[in-house]
Design a protein around this ligand. Structure first.
Ligand code: SAM
Length: 234
């Protein structure tokens, strides 16, 4: 297990940069320079290998929902997957981020640092849940940030359905609650993806939720626990 620090507290765009992005929205893109500083060279090389292997899994839907519990400061990895999986047809992405220890603002800043998007509109006053709306030319991203113990308080928004469940360095925590994963898998939509960095051990869950492992050639060490496995719900 190794990881680079991805603290985004140094992301502080000037007021001019913010105003520029309110009026001249950029296209959805990733700040490759920032990403290369935040991940190891072998991880970036593995992302390049992964990209063509997942190229046939496109979500041709206008709206996509992704859930990432225990995200920490990490926006890099979910964004690398979104970069591979999103198509021109996707107009809106609901990205549900959660961590027991990371503030809403830091979760948002981490996202902004990776996309280079300087403006985010904060919505909502609840202590545990905030929304940030980020506008690109071709997409709207709604960041739903939950600063909470996800094992005890499950975000209600999940019951609307999830297209991508993403997990990195969270298996031990998730397994401390017997019914957390079944709850999540129930809400993953048909044809949705489950991207975990350590495979799901329980054969009953694989069977019950019709999970099929896709492309066994994917690089295993593109995850914290170096056992990257991607399932699709049939
Ligand atoms: C091993 S770190 C992984 C962080 C991040 N996913 C990454 O890959 O860099 C596990 C994260 O889970 C968070 N965490 C631990 N227990 C949690 C809980 N019950 N609910 C939500 N987050 C939790 C921790 O604060 C920590 O940020």
């Amino acid at each position: 297990m190794e990881t680079k620090t991805r603290d985004a507290s140094d992301f502080n765009p000037s007021i001019i940069q913010v105003i520029k992005h309110i009026f001249f929205k950029p296209k959805f893109s990733l700040n490759t320079k920032a990403i290369k500083e935040m991940i190891f060279d072998y991880e970036y090389a593995n992302y390049k290998i992964l990209k063509p292997l997942l190229s046939d899994i496109k979500f041709d839907k206008e709206e996509i929902t992704m859930f990432y519990p225990g995200c920490g400061f990490d926006s890099v990895f979910p964004l690398l997957y979104l970069d591979i999986l999103l198509t021109k047809k996707n107009k809106k992405v609901d990205l549900i981020l959660n961590d027991i220890n990371i503030s809403h603002d830091l979760m948002c800043k981490a996202f902004q640092k990776v996309t280079g998007l300087n403006y985010a509109k904060k919505i909502g006053k609840a202590r545990y849940y905030k929304k940030f709306r980020l506008l690109f030319k071709d997409k709207e991203i709604m960041l739903h940030t939950f600063e909470s113990n996800v094992l005890e308080a499950r975000p209600k928004i999940l019951s609307k359905g999830i297209d991508i469940y993403f997990e990195r360095g969270f298996k031990i925590i998730r397994e401390s609650s017997e019914n957390f994963l079944p709850f999540v898998l129930k809400h993953v939509r048909k044809k949705g993806l489950i991207i975990v960095d350590q495979r799901i051990d329980d054969p009953n869950l694989i069977k019950e939720f019709s999970l099929k492992e896709i492309n066994k050639k994917i690089p295993k060490d593109f995850g914290f626990y170096k056992d990257l496995t991607i399932y699709r719900k049939e």
